[in-house]
Design a protein around this ligand. Structure first.
Ligand code: HEM
Length: 135
């Protein structure tokens, strides 16, 4: 029972990601445009990433964290925690890493269009709070 209740918000997140993928739109440019609109100084950090490979890999890590936390995967907690620390080398505050997760949620919401529901929003809120609590 508990297990089923726990998996419901996770399913909503998974489904919203699937719907976003079904649009055929690459989320990476949308995510980074949003992130750089929020924090323009971040854009210069990727100046060496001429082919977008680093940004793509980073985003994939974020998606894996979002989905992996559904199973309470300890690995994903460690990845988020260590990324908070490793990114201080790029001048980021540890809390700055939460920005991209909010941006990913907003991007997925936009790609979901009318299919975005209050339940999906709530599931994402819960997941983002969970991520923010990982130090
Ligand atoms: C505001 C949010 C973030 C910014 C501005 C940022 C910035 C960066 C930068 C500048 C690099 C490139 C390093 C290089 O060129 O070698 C990088 C790489 C990376 N970031 Fe982030 N990061 C953010 C959030 C995150 C989060 C939340 C995660 C993980 C959950 C993450 C995981 C990674 C990983 C795994 C790499 C290495 C990618 C690769 O080269 O394969 N980042 N990040």
């Amino acid at each position: 029972m508990t297990c089923h209740q726990k998996s419901m918000p996770a399913d909503l997140i998974f489904e919203s990601l699937e719907r976003a993928a079904e649009t055929g739109t690459d989320p990476a440019p949308l995510v980074y445009a949003r992130l750089f609109a929020l924090r323009p100084e971040f854009e210069a950090l990727f100046v060496m990433d001429t082919d977008g490979g680093v940004r793509g890999a980073m985003l994939e890590t974020c998606f894996n964290a979002i989905l992996g936390l559904a199973d309470d995967a300890p690995t994903q907690r460690v990845i988020i925690s260590s990324s908070r620390f490793s990114h201080t080398a790029y001048g980021l505050a540890e809390a700055d890493l939460d920005l991209i997760f909010g941006v990913i949620r907003d991007t997925v919401r936009d790609l979901n269009g009318d299919a975005w529901t209050p339940e999906a929003a709530a599931a994402w809120d819960t997941r983002l709070a969970e991520i923010a609590a990982i130090v």
